[in-house]
Design a protein around this ligand. Structure first.
Ligand SMILES: Cc1cc2nc3c(=O)[nH]c(=O)nc-3n(C[C@H](O)[C@H](O)[C@H](O)COP(=O)(O)OP(=O)(O)OC[C@H]3O[C@@H](n4cnc5c(N)ncnc54)[C@H](O)[C@@H]3O)c2cc1C
Length: 635
């Protein structure tokens, strides 16, 4: 029987847990600490079936005011009068609380059956499974606008026909073998937070679709304090992983904005990036070893040495494979001792261009704090509108009044922008970093705007994710998209993409919209840019199609400005038509050949990276050059 200790349950006697520290050297040294996850196996008990996040956390309207319910976030129980005014002004909309949210469907698409698969699954394995409609429905999609809109409007006609919950690597091996034998399509499902259509069931799939939910594969397998490495099963959710490590005085430090719900396997499969990558690295910097089960065998590197010169690094075949090559089961990660000091800060700049110059200089001098994010004016105003009582802006002014009155003069409020800062380390390092950062800021007319504003900025990140569903409910479609770009194109790209979106909106007679951007990550050679775009869609027949057409134009603009197809969201299905061009014909043929080798029957036929309609055989052959503006990918 498993014994429970706080939120960790051990499958093995206490005595066999301890020796792992400093002695565990291979992936097979099992310590097996099962983690009680915040997300139950029946996800719908805790998470919304029809959108983002916890069941008890939600924006809603009351007496014409937007409010937020739930006690998990700092806005819980707040009336957001400033935000209400912002929405009314921006979209000419009055909040209508009477609109109904979608109801759980009474019926679900008929499953495509594969009797021999089911018989063998039941007969020769102990893997748990479900054929229930709701279990299938909630695993047919991710978190794109298209996903949520399709869900609300009952548009999915293909959802998983069966859901399976393996408990360990060996059960995944059994499942993949069975799926391969019986030609069942398999979707590795992590946290379902994909924003690229990667996890969305291909709607044209004729075979039985089996969603392999990794959530029950969430053990801490071993921890090696001497090497500062840890091995987790791939289904562990970000917040669980960090909680367990925090109890040991450690952290991985990987915090994508979705880390409450996304999983380790999902991070690896999508090449995720966390907001604190400056200190801890992106996922590819954190992964030491990774194990992936494919129909042809298990792919993994044989040793945990920090770096090897041994031909191409096959970890990088797994990283970014987006569920198309196999199932990631176990990952060895680097860990760090918890920082002694964690301090927030913020800066205000007279305009975005000055802010970008500041970011560039910080990168040049390689003195980035754990996180530094620069918001443009539109996002800055949006952020301050979200403050419940006194606006961020008001408190910013309050703080600045006393110390910076002179510096303040001459600043145009319609141009001002802000950066949020997070410093982590020991006290001496943090103080030194703060001094350098504020000195660089001053060079570009920036000035400190207080730690509270910085902290709010980061905490709001998690709440902002809930706004999309509220917007959709009220008649606003909105979503983010991102890219990375060399420094010399950074300002140009931000400007051009915003202009392009504005002109596309005008062309389509969209009057009420918002488009904003922020620089979220800095590197030696460039930065990551995040755009938020939304428009009022009341009376629009197919708002998502319209949104996607504009986003598509924005992506063309990004590419023509020298930006990338994606910095961290991945390619998925929604960007797959650009993939071939992004990696060259030779690159896409190499990917196809790898896929054919690892997955000859194409059971991981998710249609990510290369478009679905590009059948795998065809993809191997050299193709004519891709069109400048490729056709839109199908989900
Ligand atoms: C509000 C919000 C904020 C976000 N912020 C960030 C951010 O800051 N940084 C960032 O990088 N991304 C971010 N994302 C995108 C998303 O969270 C990441 O892509 C994340 O890594 C997906 O993890 P997941 O466990 O939810 O994977 P899923 O959505 O379940 O799956 C994504 C893809 O990975 C595959 N996959 C999942 N698990 C496995 C496995 N074990 N083996 C093989 N393939 C697997 C799936 O088949 C699918 O193709 C955000 C998304 C949202 C909705």
């Amino acid at each position: 029987m498993a014994a429970k200790r706080n939120n960790v349950t051990t499958d093995v006697p206490e005595s066999s847990v301890a020796p792992a520290e400093g002695t565990a050297l291979t992936l097979d040294t099992r310590v097996s600490l099962r983690v009680d996850s915040v997300i139950p196996k029946k996800r719908q008990e805790t998470l919304k079936w029809f959108g983002w996040g916890y069941n008890d956390s939600q924006f809603y309207g009351q007496d014409g005011i937007i409010c937020f319910r739930g006690d998990k976030y700092p806005l819980g129980g707040c009336e957001l009068r400033n935000f209400t005014k912002w929405v009314e002004k921006k979209f000419e909309l009055t909040v209508d609380p009477s609109k109904p949210y979608p109801q759980l469907p009474q019926t679900y698409p008929r499953p495509v059956e594969n009797a021999p698969f089911l018989t063998e699954l039941r007969g020769s394995t102990k893997v748990e499974h479900s054929l229930e409609g709701i279990d299938r429905l909630i695993r047919c999609h991710g978190q794109t606008l298209n996903d949520i809109y399709s869900l609300w409007h009952n548009k999915f006609h293909r959802i998983p026909d069966i859901v399976v919950w393996p408990h360990c690597h060996d059960e995944v091996v059994q499942l993949v073998r069975l799926a391969h034998k019986h030609n069942v399509m398999m979707v590795p499902y992590g946290g379902g937070t994909s924003v690229s259509g990667a996890i969305t069931c291909p709607q044209e799939e004729k075979r039985t679709i089996c969603a392999l939910d990794t959530s029950q594969m969430n053990r801490l397998l071993w921890l090696n304090r001497e090497n500062l490495t840890v091995c987790f099963e791939a289904g562990i959710v970000g917040q669980d992983l960090e909680r367990v490590l925090r109890e040991q005085g450690l952290t991985v430090g990987h915090e994508p904005d979705s880390y409450e719900f996304s999983t380790l396997g999902g991070w690896v499969a999508t090449r995720a990036s966390g907001m604190k990558k400056n200190v801890y690295g992106n996922i590819e910097d954190l992964v030491v070893r990774v194990r992936m089960v494919t129909p042809t065998g298990t792919l993994e590197r044989e040793c945990s040495a920090p770096r090897v010169s041994c031909g191409p690094d096959f970890n990088h075949v797994i990283l970014g494979s987006e569920g198309t090559l196999g199932v990631i089961t176990e990952v060895v990660l680097k860990v760090r001792p918890l920082p002694v000091v964690k301090r927030y800060g913020s800066l205000a700049f007279p305009n975005f261009e000055q802010g970008v110059l500041f970011m560039r200089e910080v990168a040049l001098r390689r003195c980035q704090p754990a996180s530094v994010r620069l918001m443009d004016n539109e996002q800055f105003m949006f952020g301050q509108a979200l403050k419940p009582e006194k606006s961020w802006w008001t408190s910013l002014v309050d703080g600045l009044k006393q110390r910076y009155v002179t510096a303040w003069k001459g600043i145009d409020l319609s141009e001002i922008c802000a950066a949020t800062l997070l410093f982590e380390g020991d006290l001496k390092d943090v103080k030194r970093q703060e001094a350098i950062i504020y000195e660089i800021a001053a060079k570009f007319k920036g000035f400190p705007a207080g730690g509270q504003n910085g902290e709010r900025g980061y905490i709001l990140t998690f709440v902002i994710a809930y706004i999309r569903d509220f917007g959709l409910h009220q008649g606003i479609v909105a979503e983010s998209f991102e890219t990375s770009v060399p420094w010399d194109r950074c300002s140009l790209l931000c400007r051009s993409v915003k202009q392009r979106v504005v002109s596309e909106c005008h062309k389509r007679r969209i009057t009420f919209y918002t488009i904003s951007c922020r620089v979220t990550q800095t590197y030696d050679a460039g930065a990551c840019i995040y755009f938020y775009f939304g428009f009022r869609c009341v009376d629009v027949a197919n708002p998502v199609e319209l949104f996607e057409a504009i986003e598509h134009s924005a992506r063309d603009e990004i590419l023509s400005c020298g930006g990338s197809l994606s910095h961290h969201h991945g390619v998925g299905k929604i960007r797959s038509n650009w993939y071939r061009k992004a990696v060259t014909d030779t690159g896409s043929s190499l990917y196809s050949a790898t896929k054919r080798h690892l997955d000859p029957k194409n059971i991981f036929a998710l249609g990510n990276l290369l478009p679905l309609e590009e059948d795998i055989q065809k993809a191997a052959a050299p193709s004519p050059a891709s069109p400048a503006s490729p056709p839109k990918a199908k989900l």
